[in-house]
Ligand binder design. Sequence first.
Ligand code: ZN
Ligand code: ZN
Length: 450
Amino acid sequence: MSKTRPEWSEEAIRHADDLLALRRDFHRHPELSHQERRTAEIIAERLHAAKLEVRTGVGGTGVVGVLHGDRPGRTVAWRADIDALPLTELLEAPFASGTPGVMHACGHDGHTAVGITLAEILAARRAELPGTAVFLFQPAEEVLGGARPMIEAGALENPHVEEIYGLHFTTQQRVGQVQVRPGPSMASADAFTVEVRGTGGHGAMPHLSIDPITAAANILLGMQSLVSREIPAQETAVLTVGQIVAGTKGNILPDRAVMRGTIRAFDAGVRDHLITRLGAFVSHVAQAYRAEAEMRLDGGSCPAVVNPAPESAFVRECASRELGDEAVTEGRVVMASDDMSLFLRERPGCYFRVGIGSASGAARPHHAPEFEMNEAGLPVGLRVGLAASWWKARRSRWATSTRSGAARWRGRSGPRAAARCSSRPTPAARPTRPASCGPRAMSSGDSTCW
Ligand SMILES: [Zn+2]
Ligand SMILES: [Zn+2]
């Protein structure tokens, strides 16, 4: 088999200027989560013009485009997230954000541009296209709040999507590099709030009050032992408090202290254990200081991104054929999260990473005001997306059985974990440890974030 498919590289070259212009237009006009109205309008216009069936307002500002090929085949979805972040851009460029305080600092402008271009190229080949291609443009990934409403609104039905694919650009890899990681790839996320209640009073007479700040401080210091003493060393998890709010003045004891944070993990058992134990821990430590405390989940939750093995192997093969074997690696797991995981819990598929790092290797982090995409990575992502969408739609040798891998991984991060996303936890089972989620997968040196 040849290493390259010239038609996809030619298509990418042919569409390169438009792809770039599209990305820059979205970059110039970023929109926050759940507010992606202009972005959604442009997506819908372009898909209409390409003669796709278009549904708008799917789960909020989501857009779904359906492209029926003229030949029989599978129904395969491509997902792109479309929202921006509350940041003020530091990059000076003609296409820099024109909206103060809002910026595409995660590459979703590129995801959106690639998704549209992918749809347009496949639409132009409709007569040869096997199967049905479904394009899901998802809002609100940055608050982990877009995938669930789209699924609930039926984005994966009519037509019934059989598999789903997508990419995330990363500055942590150079242009030309693709990472396809089977199994756990990105962590689960659970945002939480701890509220500590005491009684307020004079700072000089704490014995007449119940000090919630001292209780909160001890909860904060002690909670790390949940990771270090209760999670098996072969596993990994992160427990972070990023916000503490209490009090008004140095000599006044408040009656309330609030901490907000996030739990990250890969294994569903580890995730359940930390959620359950953190709730019990804050309550008991607060009692030791005569205060009361409770932990609640805030939404902003999703399970780990887990790529079934057969679909990962398929994408890896597509990327290798397009770019050469040396361009494709497994990459590392990352502790960041993405609600693509919810789509992957519903259908088998693969979420892979495509490099947009600089040639010098000096990476600017995602979610930073100086984030900068190396735009030469755009056509690379497009080519892999084209290859994956085209070949998977055929009932060919690429249409591999998904049962074993998908079922195996779905059992780990499935409905039980999902049920915890918006409700109080129930007593958890002891953490379990899948062989492929252990230390082999772990690295402390990966700083990719989204
Ligand atoms: Zn992000
Ligand atoms: Zn992102």
